[in-house]
Design a protein around this ligand. Structure first.
Ligand SMILES: Nc1nc2c(ncn2[C@@H]2O[C@H](COP(=O)(O)OP(=O)(O)OP(=O)(O)O)[C@@H](O)[C@H]2O)c(=O)[nH]1
Length: 377
């Protein structure tokens, strides 16, 4: 090692990115306008993709109230990867030049599939270096949400992959309709806290910092990110299997409401699988690779915290369709947190039994092979 070599520059604190999604007219702009006035969102850059707006070549940068930069991008769902990468790279350059940008919000069009946006955040090297996904916030209109979920598979997907769900326009719906919608969203996505915003009014703390890193305490907040407890609590008591959410084997009595899950909901299978014993990374990585290569289109989202053989620190994984964020070794296990590996799956057209059986079999055979020495990620 050369004594003269300068130490590598420390990685800059990655900028958290919130993806704000929700069906057409669900209240995204209303909520965002309110949020941006809040001191917690000072120095926030907003990437908005409007239908029919100019493309990024004609980037329109507007100074809002001092510290907010509004980038008016083209339609993200068509050209998302290139345009979003360019916009984020451009922002990174501005940060380097001393521009105060501490947070990014990407507001998607109502019809957008959030998957390509999440994939962009986990695959481009510069974006990976500079940014981290903080969370997906999905708005659902209390007045029209039920009908939209019935009619639009994309709306179901937006709700299923959310880290936070926000009901809007509850003033326009009856309490019975609101509670039926809440129950339906709970079924679709047991892990995301279900919040309410009237005319866009909501505490920013409820929506922000839902990622793995707690910026204030500077350590991973696994509970906030994964909330395995919420998934486990949603499971049918007794047998450890999630029948309530495995709509492929519908248990009518297990639903809290009388709305028949639509065919779109029935395609979604969201559940948490946990392992008591440390897992061999090799076996798991291979299994995940096979799953995403063969059934990538079904993998809406996978989030997990892993206790790996031969590794004292927890490892976080996050995947969307066929792409995975590079595994992240966390500093340490959070105090008081249990050390089981926990994997949350949000799948479409792929049921729990198939996935869990394959995963457990793979883990077991790899564990046997790894008895001679495990290899870390
Ligand atoms: N009554 C009521 N109206 C609301 C509420 N939130 C938003 N709205 C109204 O709903 C309409 C649509 O809201 P937007 O914020 O434009 O919705 P959006 O999701 O940005 O719409 P798109 O960009 O078209 O997808 C506007 O007229 C808002 O004023 C609410 O809580 N109650």
């Amino acid at each position: 090692m050369s004594a003269a070599a300068p130490p590598p520059a420390p990685r800059p604190e990655p900028v958290p990115v919130t993806v704000l999604t929700g069906f057409l007219g669900s209240g995204k702009t209303t909520l965002l306008n309110r949020l941006l006035r809040h001191p917690a969102l000072r120095d926030t850059a907003v990437l908005i993709n409007e239908f029919g707006e100019v493309g990024l070549d004609h980037l329109l940068v507007e100074r809002l109230d001092g510290d907010t930069v509004l980038l008016n991008a083209g339609c993200l769902c068509c050209t998302v990867r290139g345009d979003l990468v360019r916009a984020l790279r451009d922002l990174a350059l501005r940060i380097e030049q001393g521009h105060a940008i501490r947070r990014v919000v990407v507001e998607t069009t109502g019809l957008a599939d959030p998957a390509p946006i999440l994939q962009t955040l986990m695959s481009d090297p510069l974006v990976l270096y500079r940014y981290r996904l903080d969370g997906v916030v999905t708005l659902v209109d209390a007045a029209t949400g039920m009908a939209t979920l019935d009619a639009q598979p994309e709306a179901v997907k937006q709700a299923a992959v959310a880290d936070r769900l926000v009901l809007t326009k509850t003033d326009l719906a009856t309490p019975a309709a609101v509670s039926a919608l809440r129950a339906r969203l709970r079924d679709l996505n047991p892990g995301a806290p279900l919040l309410t915003a009237l005319q866009g009014e909501i505490e920013p703390e409820a929506l922000l910092d839902c990622g793995l890193y707690d910026a204030t305490r500077k350590h991973p907040d696994v509970r906030r990110w994964l909330d395995a407890e919420a998934w486990q609590a949603a499971e049918a008591p007794g047998d450890g299997h999630d029948h309530r959410h495995d709509h492929g084997h519908a248990h009518p009595g297990a639903h809290h409401h009388h709305h028949d899950p639509s065919r779109h909901d029935a395609r979604i299978h969201s559940f948490c699988v946990s392992f008591e014993e440390p897992l061999p990374w090799d076996g798991l990585a291979t299994w995940l690779e096979v799953l995403t290569m063969t059934r990538g289109e079904s993998v809406l989202r996978i989030k997990g915290i892993l206790n790996l053989l031969g590794e004292t620190r927890p490892v976080a994984i996050h995947g969307v369709q066929h792409l995975f964020h590079p595994p992240v070794k966390l500093e340490r296990w959070p105090e008081g947190d249990d050390r089981r590996s926990r994997l949350v799956f949000i799948l479409r057209d792929l049921d729990r039994a198939t996935v869990e059986k394959g995963l457990r079999a793979f883990a077991e055979s790899a564990r046997q092979q790894a008895a001679t020495g495990a290899v870390g990620p």
